[in-house]
Design a protein around this ligand. Sequence first.
Ligand SMILES: *[C@@H]1O[C@H](CO)[C@@H](O)[C@H](O)[C@H]1NC(C)=O
Ligand SMILES: *[C@@H]1O[C@H](CO)[C@@H](O)[C@H](O)[C@H]1NC(C)=O
Length: 447
Amino acid sequence: MASPNALDFLLNSIEKTWHIVGVRSTPLALLTTSLALLLPIISLYILALSQREQPIPPPAGCRKLNKSGASNLSDQFAKKYGHGGTPSASNAWIVKALMVYPLKSCGGVELDEAEVGHSGLKYDRQFTFAQQVTSLPTLEGKVKSEWTIITLRQFPRLAKVEVEMWVPDPEAPGYDKDGEWVKSDGCIVARFPFSPDTGLSVAGIKNYGKILAAKLGGKSEPMVEFRIPYHPSKDTTKAKGYKKELVKIFGDIPVALNMGCELPDDTVDKLKYTLGVSNPLTIFRIDPDSPRPVLQNAPKKEDVGFQTAIGMQDAHPVQIQNLASIHDVSSRVPARFRPLNALRYRPNIVFTGPPAFEEDSWKKARFGSLTLDISCRTTRCKLPNVDPLTGIADRNEPATTMRKYRVVDQGSKAACLGMQVTPLDEGILSVGEKIEILATGEHHFIE
Ligand SMILES: *[C@@H]1O[C@H](CO)[C@@H](O)[C@H](O)[C@H]1NC(C)=O
Ligand SMILES: *[C@@H]1O[C@H](CO)[C@@H](O)[C@H](O)[C@H]1NC(C)=O
């Protein structure tokens, strides 16, 4: 509340301020002038407030999957993680961080503990965006159009798509066992930046207000949100008309669920603009009834009792990274790329303790209570050239540096970093759990 003293103080201060710039008048006239000068700023503020997006209520009956407290990678650049050595009291070999990426090539979700199965971490890479690509004509003049996944490598702005995983929870507000999101086993909530057109029209000015509101809210651009049911039932699939269609993932063409009808047209247009996609764009979910079998570089069914199969991962169920190895690459790249963020390599499990590249010869390991088959090395394309924070891709680094010293697998011409893993057990893995190596040997990648 403005007491008379406060008002006096205000008028006094205004008078003094104007005095400094050489203007003298009655306090009231000066106050009016000041307000008039501030008017544009006040109007902009009101415009921003009026165009502030109302947050969409969270999916009813669900809670967000997240970790407690700060990211376990928040201290990833600390020097101590660059050394490694034999396991000891001062150098524990442990799981440092756990990540899942429900929507391939987009932002990840960090966890305190993960449910691990033979096909990977629960919620990891169940969805992918895909664009329709028409082939060149054959000699007979035939052309064919196929859904083909898009990745960060071609569309680095995918890094700017934030993803949340929401799961049913009887304690969550609005829980109802027949509720839309509860029945679909939760949903992914995705957000991407989109700045609408500004210009001298009513719509343009409102859009300007939206951009301003986003900036006042600490975002660089307004965000557009969409939601996709996580695991739709057969009934929902039928009712919504999701189609089973082929989608090309590198050399593999599985049948998957085209859930593009969940994306409003207007949202697809904005998403295409943000990503720089010009072809038709949709979102696929792996068909839980037909996961993709892994035939190369995976344990054999007759040895382990199950056929290794995956969702929308590149080629294997789980990818693990030694933080010391990333520090090593980081120490060799040109200074402006340092320090390299571990998330460039899109790991599921980041561990610390072993010296750099110790993992190159691991064949079998125990992480927490789970036995893992270390199936092969992770061969690298240029995807890690995308800065996960900015969505900007460098033409060369760190790929060029890695090619100089990390082409280490007899079976591949690619640089390698990290290992591909097939869990032999199913269960829970938590951050901080110990890792132990059960067998080492030679790896030979099969293309
Ligand atoms: C994580 O989830 C808990 C419980 O749902 C919530 O209270 C907390 O704010 C969330 N933390 C973050 C960083 O989102
Ligand atoms: C991971 O994060 C949790 C919560 O922020 C913290 O208590 C724990 O010490 C961290 N563990 C590691 C290995 O960084």
